[in-house]
Design a binder for this molecule. Structure first.
Ligand code: NAD
Length: 478
């Protein structure tokens, strides 16, 4: 099957947008345009939402969970069958290293499998109410869910919103970012091929400010599931409030990586570069501020820098590449601006920060030391390959500084002391943490942020709660 699609996926048909506008796709590794997709207009978005609502009421909502699961398993099977074309598509579209792209496609398949299996285990309760009788709860689908996703992990995030929403019986209108619509359209195609009824999954590339806001405000949309920047998340929450729409928001981060003196410093230093430079730093979970206990600071920095220098930066279509280009020239400029500002302030760039090739939006992983807590680069999300490392002396003071961030998405703690691991895990204000590891995302576990990093949880059985309303039914007994 050819998974390349350029039309809007509305009511089972891939078709041009009403105004004939196109979104040009640029390969970040070559800076060359290589594809065009249709750009949805306001009218297209309204048609997609109305079609999704009809598909919801016309059968998907009422289909037995086991039948919905069969379709989801089928989607997963087709994703697995098409892992290579999908990975190549993502690699070309956003410069993602091909090995990572393949892993992310397979993650998407696992997400569909998880929710296909999970929906039959998403139990309600029977409640012994004081009045007697029989009282029970039902998880019911909401209706049309708008899933608005970013460009940094386009395929897995589209899957981890669509799969639980569909498993629970909702219809989904998926809006990919303009920079990365190709695998979302391919998912629309695979879902139709798998037997998902027309209209149950609509895919609409288009401008966030235009059709994104139609999705957020349209009266037929019951839930907005958004992953993207905190700035847009705040705007979406405001817009959704007048209709009291349910929202879940997965937003930005500035995650800490905390290295205690009693940890396996060699292991922490060897693994930490990819906890911030993977996906060229364009990762909401990037551990971009590293706190190292002073007793091991020099040793850690030396090893971290050596491991960062050894990363293979290059053509994302080559298997050996670990760090590809940034998604766009603009995204690279943001990182370079942070680095220029740090240089003006006399901060020390220990390695990287230069452009290794004349073509492509590449930037070599940059390591800064000597930064101060008030520096913008230490406080703000860079969303590029830039990390800062600072020493700390006192655990409590370090934790105060960690928690002073408005963000609270992810983070790592490196220590051999179990008491400390548990104490610090409890005190760090973030939704996801790993100890002696940098793993943030598990299909089976909840993922999301505290504070300005978001509201609600993706993944795990928790996500199903976010795509359902809880109904209580009481049956009187004579
Ligand atoms: P973005 O907020 O600019 O865009 C995300 C999506 O929202 C895109 O589809 C965009 O078209 C749409 N959009 C933009 N303006 C809109 C509006 N006014 N109304 C409705 N939709 C609108 O973010 P981005 O640049 O694509 O992604 C980078 C950001 O995403 C970073 O801040 C990153 O930390 C965050 N992110 C968070 C997570 C997480 O799970 N917490 C995961 C990945 C990325």
């Amino acid at each position: 099957m050819n998974v390349n699609q350029s039309g809007l996926c509305i009511n089972g048909v891939f078709r041009p947008g009403a105004a004939g506008r196109k979104i040009v796709q640029i390969n970040p590794a070559t800076e060359a345009a290589f594809a065009e997709v249709e750009c949805a207009e306001v009218g297209d978005a309204a048609e997609a939402i109305e079609g999704a609502s009809k598909a919801f009421e016309g059968g998907w909502r009422d289909l037995a969970p086991g039948r919905r699961a069969e379709v989801l398993f089928q989607i997963a099977r087709l994703i697995r069958e098409h892992v290579n074309p999908l990975a190549e598509m993502e690699c070309r579209n956003i410069g993602k290293p091909i090995g990572d792209a393949r892993d992310e496609v397979l993650l998407g398949a696992r997400v569909f499998e998880y929710y296909a299996g999970g929906i039959g285990r998403f139990y309600g309760q029977t409640i012994p109410v004081a009045k007697g009788g029989f009282d029970f709860t039902w998880h019911q689908p909401m209706g049309v869910v708008a899933a608005i996703v970013p460009w940094n992990f386009p395929f897995p995030i589209a899957c981890w919103k669509a799969a639980p929403a569909l498993a629970a019986g909702n219809a989904v209108v998926l809006k990919p970012a303009s920079q990365s619509p190709l695998t979302a359209l391919a998912l629309g195609k695979l879902a139709l091929e798998a037997g998902l009824p027309s209209g149950v999954l609509q895919v609409l590339p288009g401008a966030g400010r235009e059709i994104g806001e139609v999705l957020v405000t349209h009266p037929l949309v019951r839930k907005v599931s958004f992953t993207g920047s905190t700035e847009v998340g705040v705007r979406i929450m405001g817009l959704a409030s007048s209709g009291l729409k349910r929202v879940s928001l997965e937003l930005g981060g500035k995650s800490p990586n905390i290295i205690f003196g009693d940890s396996d410093v060699d292991k922490a230093a060897a693994g930490s570069p990819m906890s911030v430079f993977a996906n060229t730093g364009q990762d909401c979970c990037a551990r971009s501020r590293i706190y190292v206990e002073r007793s091991v600071f020099d040793r850690f920095v030396e090893q971290f820098v050596a491991a960062s220098r050894a990363l293979v930066v290059g053509d994302p279509s080559e298997e050996k590449t670990q760090v590809g280009p940034l998604v766009s020239a603009g995204q690279r400029t943001i990182s370079e601006t942070f680095l220029e500002e740090s240089s003006r302030m006399g901060r020390k760039l220990v390695c990287g920060g230069d452009r290794p090739f004349s073509k492509g939006f590449y930037l070599r992983p940059a390591v800064l030391v000597g930064v101060e807590p008030e520096d913008r680069v230490w406080r703000e999300e860079v969303f590029g390959p830039v990390v800062c490392i600072r020493p700390f002396d006192d655990e409590a003071e370090m934790l105060r500084e960690v928690n002073a961030s408005p963000y609270g998405l992810s983070g790592s703690i490196w220590t051999r002391d179990l008491d400390r691991a548990l104490r610090v895990s409890r005190l760090v204000e973030s939704g996801v943490l790993s100890v002696n590891s940098h793993s943030s995302v598990h299909v089976e576990a909840p993922f999301g942020g505290f504070k300005m990093s978001g509201i609600g949880r993706d993944l795990g059985m928790h996500a199903l709660e976010g795509y359902t309303e809880l109904k209580n039914v009481f049956i009187a007994q004579n």
